[in-house]
Design a protein around this ligand. Structure first.
Ligand code: AMP
Length: 187
């Protein structure tokens, strides 16, 4: 079971991936979480990523691939995973193909959480007012939404062409959205 979960920042993909992990019994691998841990630990990758993340940009593909390759090589990832936050552009999708192809594994299913920009902007506005997470700053949110549309949407099209995309309406309560995800999974 090799799942991807894609959606704009603020679509709730981290929360849904965490719930899906319990349901499917495979690890939830979030590239954003891995980067935040690298930043906190002050590793070379973290030092490189920190200013890019703060500005809402994309961390270089080579850094991402190295981080991911290491993580997917760990024993708990042997039988599958839910990958959250990768690939974010077509070059990363091809890099993932090569990585998985080399070990004769492929992506089985891609869950795409669909949430309109206005809803994302409102969710982040509310969260920014309450928690002051710098990446919820409205300017940064707009930057990340633009990147999602310009760079990640083509990734979704690529997987749609392979017939493995499950598009899920991401507007609603957490449990409601999770129910939609489960209903769409192959039995
Ligand atoms: P996330 O938690 O998925 O929203 O990721 C937080 C930040 O980490 C993003 O805004 C990017 O700066 C960076 N990041 C996470 N995943 C990737 C990726 N696959 N490629 C490039 N940058 C990433």
């Amino acid at each position: 079971m090799r799942f991807l979960i894609l959606g704009p920042n603020g679509s709730g993909k981290g929360t849904q991936a965490e719930m899906l992990k319990d349901e499917l019994g495979v690890p939830h691998i979030s590239t954003g979480e891995m980067l935040r841990a690298a930043v906190a630990a002050g590793t070379p990758a973290g030092v490189e990523a920190a200013p890019i993340m703060a500005a809402g940009g994309l961390v270089p593909d080579e850094v991402m691939l190295r981080t991911l390759e290491e993580r997917l090589g760990e024993p708990d990832a042997k039988d599958g995973w839910i990958l959250d936050g990768y690939p974010r552009n077509v070059a990363q999708a091809h890099a993932l193909d090569r990585l998985l192809g080399a070990s004769d594994r492929a992506v089985d299913r891609v869950i795409v959480l669909e949430v309109p920009d206005e809803v994302i902007l409102e969710r982040c506005r509310v969260r920014f007012a309450a928690e002051h997470r710098p990446d919820d700053d409205p300017e940064i949110v707009r930057e990340r939404l633009a990147l999602f549309h310009n760079r990640t949407q083509p990734v979704i099209e690529l997987y749609t062409g392979r017939g493995i995309v499950e598009a899920v309406d991401g507007v609603g309560e957490v449990d409601e959205v999770f129910g939609r995800i489960l209903a769409g999974l192959p039995r």
